[in-house]
Design a protein around this ligand. Structure first.
Ligand SMILES: *Cc1c(COP(=O)(O)O)cnc(C)c1O
Length: 373
């Protein structure tokens, strides 16, 4: 009988590369089952407005594909040939310039790994999407946020350009998550002119209806990222893509995990584009509902609703505790997003949902704001 070894001379966790010993986690959203179990929503069910998902789901062609899917036993195409051909037609850029990822999150991770060493700096106008800082931390590099105006979340362009000059990457999210406002062409040009690697994340571009992607042909240091998670209702399948200079695209194809985008995700993304009219119909509904939600929120006392070109609204509470409101709504089964950072402490991000979601939201908010007084 061998003795059971209970102690190591050097414990495993002491052997971790030092920067991984105390990582700050990205706070992902809980799945609906857990939200339901942890709330008193009861019969009414939960209202999930915390992750900018499309509440209408993917278009009919994708749903039919998922129902008839029978290739789970076969490895996915590592070259994403059919998907890239389809995206070439959709974007107008050659398939050789397109790379797909397991969500655009994977492309953010790959690009950070490729271009940011432990001595590097990654820059973005903050508040912005949290994964840029998370991936920077994982690379052992420094994340430098250039604060946006607290008044309207506009970018401090001179500050950003100055920071860009010593950076490995500048990330833009446009429309920006979580503030909802878009980056201007001038801002992207000014940063790209510094020759820094400039990554423009257009995760919400379909809701804004205007893309700056044509600029990719003007700057060899400019990259665009997109995702099927938000507009196409495919967040659960994980598929995103980017447009890159051709030589960088081939390096990404070499270093990515070979089967990074699963078979169903590749087929579903193609089907979403083949069913574009239906997919965009839900985008249009969401854009219309955004205006209705904005009105509803503005009818509440002491709130400021920031203008948004995406499928969410950022709200600032002038006289209430946003963190408390977020927690009390969660207990009632209404999930919103609160960010525990100094810049956003008094704000809540609300994804645009269906009309009945908004009715419950506004009623609950009104009651909880009253109760807090
Ligand atoms: C949601 C989101 C993503 C990630 O999308 P996935 O494709 O689901 O990984 C990327 N960027 C921004 C700004 C987002 O809000």
């Amino acid at each position: 009988m061998t003795a059971q070894r209970t102690r190591l001379s050097v414990p495993l966790l002491d052997r971790l590369v030092p920067r991984f010993r105390n990582m700050k986690p990205y706070e992902p959203v809980a799945p609906p089952e857990r939200l339901e179990a942890e709330s008193d929503a009861g019969e009414e069910g939960i209202v999930k407005l915390n992750a900018n998902e499309n509440p209408y789901g993917p278009p009919p062609r994708v749903r039919a594909l998922i129902e008839s899917f029978n290739a789970a036993n076969i490895y996915p195409d590592p070259d994403h040939a059919a998907l890239r051909a389809c995206l070439a037609e959709y974007t107008g850029f050659g398939a050789e310039r397109i790379v797909a990822g397991s969500g655009s999150d994977e492309l953010i991770a790959l690009l950070t790994r490729l271009f940011v060493g432990s001595e590097g700096t990654v820059v973005a106008a903050t508040p912005t999407f949290g994964m840029y800082a998370v991936e920077t931390d994982l690379s052992g590099a420094r994340f430098l946020g250039v604060p946006r105006s607290q008044d309207d979340f506009s970018i401090d362009l001179p500050g950003l350009v100055e920071a860009a000059c010593n950076a490995s990457i500048v990330f833009f999210s446009t429309p920006n998550n979580p503030t909802g406002n878009s980056v201007t062409e001038e801002e992207i040009r000014a940063v790209a002119e510094t020759e820094v690697l400039t990554i423009v994340d257009e995760a919400y571009v379909e809701f804004a209806g205007k893309s700056l992607m044509p600029l990719a042909d003007e700057y060899p240091n400019l990259i665009f990222l997109r995702t099927f998670s938000k507009w196409a209702g495919l967040a659960g399948l994980r598929v995103g893509y980017g447009v890159f200079p051709v030589d960088l695209a081939s390096i990404l194809m070499t270093v990515k995990p070979p089967y990074n985008v699963n078979t169903l995700a590749q087929a579903a993304a193609i089907a979403a584009i083949e069913d574009l009219d239906n997919a965009l119909a839900t985008v249009n509904i969401i854009v219309k509902e955004r205006a209705v939600l904005q009105e509803g929120l503005r009818s509440l006392p002491s709130v400021r609703v920031f203008p948004s070109e995406a499928n969410f609204l950022l709200v600032r509470f002038l006289e209430h505790d946003a963190k408390e409101l977020h927690a009390s709504l969660l207990r009632r089964g209404i999930a919103l997003r609160h960010f525990n950072t100094p810049e956003l402490r008094d704000c809540i991000r609300i994804s645009v949902g269906r009309p009945r979601d908004h009715e419950r939201l506004i009623e609950a908010l009104r009651e909880e704001m009253e109760a807090q007084k």
